[in-house]
Design a protein around this ligand. Structure first.
Ligand SMILES: [Zn+2]
Length: 85
């Protein structure tokens, strides 16, 4: 029976690989959670900026009745000319 040890080794390697990848997955989850928590702590420590960090996208005109969304890095509203924050 020369095949049995080979099958045993293959199963062992597959099991180890699955174990290894599950560990990696858990580590990635933990690291992602820690980093998102850190970002929340660092970002939320100062004044609250709802759409500040994007900078390149997601600017909304502050003028009532306009509220145009600028998807480009703009300083002034392209519709009414109001200064964007
Ligand atoms: Zn506007």
């Amino acid at each position: 029976m020369p095949g049995e040890p080979f099958i045993f080794i293959v199963v062992l390697i597959l099991g180890l690989a699955a174990f290894f990848f599950s560990i990696l997955y858990i580590l990635a989850r933990v690291v992602g959670f820690v980093f998102s928590g850190l970002g929340r702590m660092l970002g939320g420590s100062g004044r609250r900026t709802p759409i500040g960090h994007g900078a390149s996208a997601g600017l909304i005109c502050p003028r009532e009745g306009c509220r145009k969304v600028e998807n480009r890095p703009a300083r002034f509203c392209s519709q009414c000319g109001a200064r964007l924050m």
